[in-house]
Ligand binder design. Structure first.
Ligand code: SF4
Length: 105
């Protein structure tokens, strides 16, 4: 026994629902551009004060511990690249600064 084919009316209704939902879904998916964030410049005074680097492995600070990066810091938001300490900027997921604090498991 064959399953009945969807009617044209049903197909058009589903297409209309999908088309209406798409802009809403796009608004719910955050990214750095949508959040209006710009990459944190290394010469930002606060970044310099905290010893921020785009690549954690290049940090020269004695407080740096291998394996600690922005991606596993509690102040980092992976969806946008935002850091709670640097409003309006995004940081590298591979970056690090001396304010690093382990993200709770
Ligand atoms: Fe990266 Fe955490 Fe420093 Fe922000 S506070 S720059 S997320 S290490």
């Amino acid at each position: 026994m064959k399953a009945p084919l969807p009617s044209r009316r049903k197909f058009l209704f589903q297409a209309a629902v999908a088309a209406a939902a798409l802009p809403i879904a796009m608004r719910l998916i955050p990214d750095a551009r949508a959040a209006g964030l710009t990459k944190l410049p290394l010469d930002n005074p606060q970044a310099k004060a905290l010893g921020y680097v785009d690549d954690a492995s290049t940090s020269k600070l004695p407080s740096y511990k291998p394996g600690s990066t922005c991606s596993n810091c509690q102040f980092f938001t992976a969806a946008t690249g935002a850091c709670a300490l640097f409003a309006g900027f995004s940081v590298s997921s591979k970056g690090w600064c001396s304010a690093w604090a382990k993200k709770p498991a």
